[in-house]
Design a protein around this ligand. Sequence first.
Ligand SMILES: [Zn+2]
Length: 321
Amino acid sequence: MSTNKDVVLGIDIGGTFTKLGIVDKNGTLYYEDSVPTDAFENPNDFVEVIYTRVEEFTSSSELTFTLKGVGVGAPNGNNYSGNIEFAPNLQWKGVVPLASILSEKFALPAELTNDANAAAIGEMIFGAAQNMTNFLMITLGTGLGSGLVVNGDLVYGHDGFAGELGHVCVVEDGRLCGCGKKGCLETYVSATGIKRTVFELLSNDTSDSVFRTLSFNDVEARMISEAAENGDPIAKKAFKLTGKMLGKSLANTVAHISPQAIFLFGGLALAGKWIFDPTKKAMEENLLEIFKGKIKILPSALLEKNIAVLGAAALIFKSLT
Ligand SMILES: [Zn+2]
C-alpha cells in the first residue's frame, strides 16, 4: 500500500507570527508550525527558514509526501502579481515578490492572496461552501476583511484588490479609520469597532456595566460577548448596534452580487446569536423585495480550525482542479 500523500504547504502571514501547515486535499493537517514574521528583516531569510523546517519535517516523517505547491494568505496580498504590496502591519515595506521567492526556493508553483480571500477559498474547498458558487466571506478580526465569490471564482477586479468591504463608508464624517478615511465599516464592525462602540455607549448611557471600571486596552471582544451573556446592558446594546451596521452594509453588497450565503468568521463571529441575530434582522429590513428571505447568514464551518492555513493551501488545490 502506498503511503505517498499529495500535499500543499499553506502559509498564513501575520504581522507578528506566520503559521505553516502541510495539508492534503481533504483538509487533514500533517504538520503545523509557526515562525515569528517580525524576526526577519529580509523576506529571503524568512523563506529560507520555512524551507528548512518543511524539509526537516518531510525527511523525518514516516509518510512520504509529494509537495504540489505553496499557497499564501497575507495582508495586502495581490493574487495577480504574487506580491505583498505596502502592508501596513508588516515590517517588509513596499512591494515584496513573495510568491516568486517561494516558487524559486521550493521549485514549485506558489500562489498568494489576501487573508480574507484565502478564508473564502478555504470555505469553498474544505468548509460549508463546497457546493456554492456565489457567496461572501466576512472575516471579523482586528479589522473587517471580505472575500467575494461570484460564479465559482474569487472576485479580484482590475488590479487584484477587489472586495474591500471593510473600507466602505457607512457613516459620513464618522470614526477615523487606520486607512486614513472616516466612517469605514471596520471602524464599527470588527473586534476594535465594537470596543469603540462600548466606550462610546459608556459615555452616553448611564446603565450599569462591567466595563465602567476597565480601560480600553483591558477589554477584549470576547469579554463583550461574555458580558452580553450575563445581561450587561451596554454589551447587549453594543452588539445590537454592531449587527445593525453590518446587516445594512450586507444588504448593499447583496444588491451587487446576489449571494446564496454570507459566512462570518473570526473572533466576533464566535459571539453567536449576539452578532448573528441583529445582523440578519438589519439585513432583511434593508434588502430589496426580490432578495428577501433568500440569503443565509452562517458561521464559517472552519471557525474552530486553522482556516487561514487551510485557505492558503486551498488556493493551490483550487488551481489544481
Ligand atoms: Zn478604512
